[in-house]
Design a protein around this ligand. Structure first.
Ligand code: SF4
Length: 592
């Protein structure tokens, strides 16, 4: 459209000089809007938009008197993050798991139309601060002595609005000026500012990553043991003890720094920074602080007697990141409910999400290959620049690949130390391959294609009897993937898939829907067991008797493999025991 200036007559009849056609259209629209408003008697009010407040900084000098609040994960992850932050010299506190009151407060003080996790997490912070006030602290003291630390992102879903939501709700609830610290998901390993109260440097990220990874594997193992424990409550008791032990280890483990004679020498050189970075990485890769503690935890878990002959449907929980992680009202206390109903829960580790972020960054780098050349109008014959751009992309990809490999190696190292029964990280490339035909893997936000891909992955690989997807009310990406899931279930007809919308109310309704799907999964688990008993020719009583005679079979760390086409723990166990019984009979025959 041309933007040449020209004149026009206004509706009032005068000649108005209009700068361009666009301005003319805009002015006509505005005149018409005013006319219609006058006719309808609508009065225009000044719109007051929320402005991000200028935040008071949290500085290094305030560190000793300031408590960093954080939350949003399971209590196990939070306890370890607490230890990691303490080891770096911070005072910190995890806010409790959000409850319904937090949800109501989030609704009361926040914007309308937010997604469910926003209400829960924002309201939870307000509730915590109100409780502090009730203990006798003044608002000024709360503002000065506490800060909140959370993750931030630029969207594309409402996650990009969390920071603004926190600030709005804090202002509306009377805590205007309360400080919210963000670390950006895509911000890399060093987001530290000089003299910042919270230094987001390499030590900080390694500490947090170790805490999250250890939290993941311990959580996974506890969920594997609890449904089969012989003495009710024993897993939780041992878990409590183990978490205390691991918290202490996290708290006492100091980040690597250059020390000794060589360290002092290196500190005087320009190589000091690089040497320290290198030392930190090597210490991370080959240090034994966490693995030794996990071996101790493994031995403690191994004292819990288990009965693996209990037939239980295996339920894989997926969905939106927060809804599938929290262990409270935010997802209708779904984990405990499933266990109470006789299911075994397969929880989702935070590690999958971290691998997904790296995978998406790689994907983006590949997709944007050469775009800088087009943007800067670099001709094809300028080989030096074309080559430079190519090398640049290669270097970025190589760094991300190294990050991917190191992360997986570290994660699996912890699994091995904890007895090797926790689940390995799912392969992101395989998830992409499975999910992409149904949900474009370039579409970001929330769990992206993962929700769809995990459904196919766990069902097709005989890793669960049923997939339960926890989707927050008002979640944009989950709503999209819901549409795609109908195509998935119509293609994979054997799947038992149930999406549950978590809305902060309506527990009974949600539980009853889950119960119905679980009934189907229970039948499948029972049929599978009957099939296995028929195939092996043993009875459950014989298997139990054999397990009594061989105590290692009652230990949770005992490994016995997974048979293709067989999902349940009990069915796989029977197959294994039947093989051992057969082998034992053969031995007896040979001896005689
Ligand atoms: S993924 Fe869904 S629930 Fe989570 S922040 Fe985004 S919109 Fe909200």
């Amino acid at each position: 459209m041309s933007t040449a200036p020209f004149g026009s007559f206004s509706p009032q009849g005068g000649l108005v000089q209009i700068g361009s056609k666009e301005e003319l259209v805009r002015q006509r629209l505005e005149d018409e809007r005013r006319r219609l408003e006058r006719e309808a008697g609508i009065e225009r009010r000044q719109v007051q938009r929320f402005q991000r407040p200028v935040e008071r900084p949290f500085t290094k000098s305030q560190r000793d008197d300031t408590t960093i609040l954080f939350g949003g994960l399971t209590w196990k992850h939070e306890k370890l993050v607490h230890g990691a932050l303490e080891s770096l010299g911070y005072k910190c506190e995890a806010v409790p798991v959000p409850n319904k009151k937090a949800f109501q407060l989030g609704k009361e003080y926040g914007n309308n139309g937010q997604c469910n996790p926003t209400y829960f997490t924002v309201g939870n912070l307000v509730e915590y601060l109100q409780n502090l006030e009730e203990t006798g602290l003044t608002r000024r003291e709360i503002l000065d002595r506490y800060v909140f630390f959370t993750a931030g992102a630029c969207g594309p879903c409402r996650f990009g609005m969390y920071e603004a939501e926190y600030r709005l709700a804090l202002r509306n609830s009377g805590f205007d000026g309360f400080r919210v610290l963000l670390f950006q998901q895509s911000g890399g390993l060093n987001q530290a500012e000089a003299e910042a109260g919270l230094e987001m440097n390499l030590d900080f990220f390694l500490g947090i990553l170790n805490a999250l990874n250890i939290g993941d594997v311990v959580n996974d193992v506890a969920y594997q043991i609890r449904p089969f424990e012989v003495n009710p409550g024993e897993t939780d008791r041992v878990l409590d003890e183990c978490m205390d032990l691991l918290h202490e280890v996290m708290r006492k483990t100091q980040p690597y720094s250059l020390e000794g004679k060589l360290g002092s020498l290196l500190k005087k050189t320009s190589f000091a920074g690089t040497a320290e970075y290198l030392g930190k990485f090597l210490n991370q890769l080959y240090g034994d602080d966490y693995t030794a503690a996990l071996r101790e935890v493994r031995d403690r878990f191994n004292t819990i007697p288990v009965d693996r002959t209990r037939v239980k449907p295996l339920v894989k929980v997926t969905g939106e990141f927060w809804a599938q992680t929290t262990e409270g009202d935010g997802n209708f206390n779904m984990f405990r409910f499933l266990e109470k109903e006789g299911a075994q829960v397969l929880v989702e580790p935070i590690g999958t999400w971290i691998m997904y972020m790296i995978h998406q960054a790689k994907q983006e780098t590949k997709d944007e290959r050469g775009l800088d050349l087009i943007r800067n109008h670099v001709p094809k014959w300028n080989l030096a620049k074309v080559f430079g751009s190519h090398v640049n992309t290669r270097q970025k990809l190589a760094k991300l690949t190294v990050a991917e490999k190191i992360f997986a190696r570290e994660y699996h190292k912890l699994i091995d130390a904890l007895g090797g029964i926790a689940h390995h990280l799912t392969d992101q490339y395989e998830l992409q391959r499975m999910g992409h035909p149904f949900y474009n893997s370039r579409a970001g936000g929330g769990e992206g294609h993962l929700e769809v891909a995990k459904n196919i992955y766990y069902s097709n690989k005989d890793l669960c009897h049923m997939v339960l997807s926890l989707k927050p009310f008002g979640c944009m990406p989950s709503t999209q993937s819901d549409g795609a899931q109908s195509a998935v279930v119509s293609q994979y007809k054997d799947m038992i898939f149930i999406p549950i919308e978590t809305s902060g109310e309506g527990d009974v309704n949600a539980h009853s829907r889950v119960q119905m799907a679980l009934g189907e999964a229970k039948v499948r688990a029972k049929n599978e067991m009957n099939e296995v008993l028929k195939q092996t020719g043993v009875t459950l009583e014989e298997v139990r008797q054999f397990a009594q005679e061989n105590p290692e079979l009652q230990q949770p760390m005992y490994k016995y493999g997974h048979h293709k086409g067989v999902v349940g723990v009990a069915a796989n166990f029977v197959l294994h025991v039947a093989e051992r019984m057969k082998a034992q009979r053969r031995e007896v025959v040979v001896v005689n």
